[in-house]
Design a protein. Structure first.
Lengths: 226, 274
């Protein structure tokens, strides 16, 4: 990664940047309801590892990379966006992906990133769902971030978002989150090293987190909507 | 990328059910190796329009290298429950994949429940199943699938791969696609996505019904974790289930079928003996 890509990734990955990807709990709040115990650091790390390995790496990452390769072709990106949305089983996670994608689009609209206004109009018209992964691929490419860095950044945000959610829920302290981080980021790096074929489709196998997300949706006092 | 799967040759099992007066009748039936089909049963006295059929395997399982196709058509106003009498053993052999395609059409007013018992994945098994369903109008379907990991020698054997895809079209429009892919060794790992369970199953209830919580409550059974979510584009409700063992899975899926049946027909289903 050259200096400009590194700095761009740092900028977009910084919590000061309103990216829409932070504190996305991925169903973490439902983990306790499913496992019957208050999740500890190991349980949280295991839950996020599973998300990275068995869902994000083979689904959202695939869409992100293909949308990045779309190089601003909004029709092609919208088709990939639709495909990810209709193959996302869990409604809380599906709606969360749309919500976070809309937030990232809104930020880049204000920044004047090429393609942001046109794609936001499609989302507003219902012509595209605007999932976070598709929007990341579109906007980060338009911002000059290379494909590999874009995938790593999205993986990083998934991990930090989950750990931030766990911290806000009082399940883990800030230091505990940092202790869990190296292994999680190593998983992100390993997953991102796997190539994405041009005809790859989003797939996954995450029944436990699908169940946790369903249970989260029923919690009376939940902090996170997704 | 989302074109319907074309069938290039005659399916090994090809059946059509249509409504005739108060009952649903088998009007088309072609069965060849390795399938065997029972006669049509009318098990639900209160709802004579519901026909039940059992698919059987005469080969003792689902073998590496096989590429089987099942086609099912349910006519307007007809109702069919297609199930199996036992789980299907999926045998492994040098990494070759066992493939099955299921092509389903349900006409307006029709009902199909397709509830095969879970596949039992033996060491080395690689299973790839794909189901394409085309629904017309207000047609309703309940589709189940699942896997059970089995190592008969308890010697660390593990399946090779599991791949399952269900594409749902209503009135020609692709509305949902459930795609589950996992490497077999991940299924065997104690810290893998099964979380210590031996059975993972899914069911799609393709209906206008939206009470996810009511459906989920019906599945609260010992030894099971269940979660129900609304599917994309109003396609219906989707169930994920992890079960401690085959018996716990069977209890939960019986409850799921009973819930769906009662919602559709207003009465509980008769017992489906296996």
């Amino acid at each position: 990664m050259d200096a400009s890509a590194l700095l761009l990734a740092l900028r977009f990955g910084d919590t000061a940047f309103p990216s829409g990807g932070f504190a996305f709990s991925q169903g973490l709040e439902g983990l306790g309801a499913v496992s019957g115990a208050r999740p500890d650091t190991d349980a949280i790390a295991g839950f996020l590892t599973e998300q990275v390995r068995h869902r994000w790496g083979s689904a959202e990452r695939v869409t992100l990379v293909q949308c990045h390769r779309g190089d601003g072709d909004l029709d092609a990106i919208a088709a990939l966006d639709h495909d990810l949305d209709l193959s996302s089983f869990s409604e809380p996670l599906r709606l969360g992906a749309r919500r976070n994608g809309a937030a990232l689009l809104a930020t880049h609209l204000r920044l004047g990133t090429p393609g942001a206004a046109a794609y936001r109009a499609r989302v507003a018209d219902g012509a595209a769902p605007g999932t976070l992964a598709a929007v990341q691929g579109l906007l980060w490419r338009a911002s000059g971030l290379d494909e590999a860095s874009a995938a790593l950044l999205a993986g990083y945000q998934l991990v930090t978002g989950g750990l931030t959610a766990a911290t806000r829920l009082g399940l883990i302290g800030a230091l505990g989150a940092q202790q869990a981080m190296p292994a999680l980021l190593a998983t992100v790096a390993a997953v991102c090293a796997e190539p994405v074929a041009s005809d790859a489709e989003p797939v996954g196998f995450s029944p436990f987190s699908d169940i946790a997300a369903a249970r989260q949706a029923r919690l009376p006092l939940r902090l996170f909507s997704n | 990328m989302n074109a319907p799967l074309a069938s290039l040759r005659r399916p090994e099992l090809d059946i059509a059910v249509e409504r005739r007066g108060p009952a649903s009748r088998l009007v088309g039936r072609y069965v060849t190796y390795p399938f065997h089909l029972t006669r049509l049963f009318a098990l639900d006295a209160a709802r004579p329009e519901v026909a039940t059929l059992y698919m059987q395997s005469s080969s003792g399982g689902f073998y590496a290298g096989e590429d089987l196709t099942v086609q099912v058509r349910v006519g307007a106003g007809a109702a069919l429950h297609l199930t199996t009498q036992a789980s299907t053993l999926v045998h492994g052999d040098r990494g070759r994949t066992a493939r099955m395609r299921v092509l389903v059409e349900v006409a307006a007013g029709g009902f199909l429940a397709y509830t095969p018992d879970p596949q039992i994945l033996f060491p080395g098994a690689a299973s790839d199943t794909r189901l394409d369903i085309a629904l017309e109008g207000d047609a309703v379907a309940f589709l189940a699938d699942g896997l059970l990991v089995h190592d008969p020698k308890n010697a660390g054997g593990m399946p090779l791969a599991y791949r399952s895809r269900v594409d749902v079209r209503r009135d020609g429009q692709l509305v949902a696609s459930d795609r589950q892919v996992v490497d077999g060794p991940d299924l065997a790992r104690p810290d893998g996505p099964l979380h210590g369970h031996r059975v993972a199953a899914s069911a799609l209830w393709l209906t206008a019904e939206t009470d996810a919580h009511g459906f989920e409550d019906a599945l609260d059974r010992p030894g099971c974790l269940a979660g129900v979510s609304s599917l994309p584009n109003g396609a219906g409700l989707g169930l994920r289930l992890l079960a401690r063992d085959g018996a716990a899975h069977e209890r939960a899926m019986r409850a799921a079928f009973a819930h769906v049946f009662a919602a559709r027909f207003g009465v509980p289903p008769a017992v489906r003996r296996k």
